[in-house]
Design a protein around this ligand. Structure first.
Ligand SMILES: *Cc1c(COP(=O)(O)O)cnc(C)c1O
Length: 452
């Protein structure tokens, strides 16, 4: 083995190999050189040693380089807000807005009335205020960023009161104590893990700069628990002339209670309770692009807007285009439920899901012995962690490939299909699959069954 490694060709020699020289006729020289260098490096460092066919190895590596790493995926997991799969698919209106703004110039920071410099922060401002009942609004890069800038703007170097029951980790390295430390605010814990009372905040409020409430997005506390109502905390903060901040997380604007989804705080409720600043994600239950939305009173939103972190965490024009278009859809609540994909998926009736599962099963290769199975979808994104979302699943028998083997082939196919593996079966949930893509799913399954 060691001897064979010593005999590795140089990159220059590989490029003179006729099979590889041929590649240079179709691909840029830099790309072929990079591919050859990688193949030699791998032959030197990996146990497998040199490839059986250098020309073939370089050609494959070249193909890998040419494939985009950020690729569209068909989501058959039934997790609607799948953070690893990019959270919210966008509404048609948002896609159109992105395309228009991206293709040319825009009024991003330009006042078309005056013909002079305008303000990026003015986009989405009116809509955010109108839809939430707040006085003012601002969109930044994401909700974690919104919390950093808000805390820095209202409490740098000063104490912020937060219940011990809300010192949470949300995933993807979002931990409240860490975020707070980085924002420059000083964490002041009050109460206990399960019970925090208004008196706990009162006792600690003397030199506090703000009160913060964080929604425990991805878990629920039950049993011997207590926490003050938002309106009580807002009133307490108001009496002491300090702001009350609420991180509601998922940005629920729609009323999903008629569809059996209850318990997730709505942005409008926090605003109505008297919060000074309410923070939420753009790409969770709001169903828009990745963004951090901040709404609240004129004074406190202005303080956030003029903070240097607001500049560092500003939203780009594509985000603002998509967010504005998504928010505009909410002006008609019925339209929001049907046109915003996240809301449409969450409110798809059980009989419609059953019919889609049936159509999907009928299109699946017979070799996979498709069967219908009652099951559950998940909201994901830390929202409604215990919501019951009954669905009809299509269960597939993976045969000799095994469930994980079939799942791997499906992930690496074109289009990539991400499935659930349960009890040795591959399982598809129609809730997160666009119905018009059923034939693509069937084709992906058929391709995965073919010999490599
Ligand atoms: C998800 C979440 C965040 C982070 O939002 P991003 O948009 O991912 O930055 C912050 N706070 C709460 C309560 C959340 O649920």
């Amino acid at each position: 083995m060691t001897d064979r490694r010593r005999e590795l060709p140089s990159v220059d020699r590989l490029l003179r190999d006729p099979a590889i020289a041929e590649l240079l006729r179709h691909a840029p020289r830099n790309a072929v050189v990079a591919a050859a260098r990688e193949v030699v490096h791998r032959a030197r460092t990996r146990r497998a040693g040199p490839p059986p066919d250098w020309g073939e190895a370089v050609r494959e590596q070249l193909q890998d380089i040419a494939t985009r790493s950020l690729r569209p995926v068909l989501n058959a997991t039934g997790v609607v807000l799948h953070t690893n799969l990019g959270r919210a698919p966008l509404a048609p209106a948002a896609l159109a807005a992105i395309a228009e703004v991206a293709a040319g110039y825009s009024s991003l920071e330009y006042d078309l009335h005056a013909g002079t410099r305008g303000h990026r922060a003015d986009h989405c401002r009116t809509l955010l205020a109108e839809l939430t009942g707040a006085e003012d609004g601002l969109a930044v890069n994401n909700a974690a960023g919104a919390l950093v800038v808000a805390l820095n703007a209202v409490a740098a170097g000063r104490r912020v009161l937060i219940s011990r029951g809300e010192l949470i980790e949300i995933g993807g390295s979002f931990r409240i104590p860490d975020i707070m430390a980085k924002s420059g605010a000083v964490l002041a814990e009050v109460g206990t893990t399960n019970r925090t009372h208004l008196g706990d905040y009162e006792a600690a409020i003397a030199d506090a700069a703000a009160i913060l409430t964080v929604h425990r997005s991805n878990f629920e506390q039950r049993g011997f628990v207590a926490s003050p109502r938002s309106a009580e905390l807002a009133a307490l903060a108001g009496r002491h002339g300090i702001p009350y901040l609420v991180d509601v997380g998922s940005g629920l604007l729609a009323d999903l209670a008629p569809h059996g989804l209850e318990g997730e705080p709505r942005v409008t409720e926090a605003v109505a309770a008297g919060a000074s600043l309410v923070l939420f994600s753009g790409d969770k239950l709001l169903g828009g692009p990745q963004a951090g939305c901040i709404v609240g009173t004129r004074t406190w939103v202005a303080a956030v807007r003029s903070n240097p972190f607001a500049r560092a965490l500003r939203a780009d024009k594509l985000t603002l285009a998509a967010l504005e278009a998504t928010l505009a859809v909410y002006r008609d609540p019925d339209r929001a439920l049907s046109e915003i994909p996240v809301l449409a998926m969450l409110t798809t009736p059980a009989d419609v899901l059953a019919a889609r599962a049936q159509a999907l099963a009928a299109a699946c290769p017979a070799a996979l012995a498709p069967r219908l199975l009652p099951g559950h979808s998940a909201v994901g994104g830390g929202a409604f962690p215990e919501a019951p979302l009954p669905t009809t699943l299509v269960a597939l028998d993976p045969g000799t490939l095994g469930a994980h083997g079939l799942a791997l082939r499906l992930r690496l196919g074109e289009p990539a299909l991400v499935v659930r593996v349960e009890d040795g079966q591959v399982v598809l949930d129609p809730r997160t699959l666009p119905p018009e893509r059923a034939s693509d799913v069937a084709r992906a399954l058929a391709a995965a069954l073919q010999d490599p």
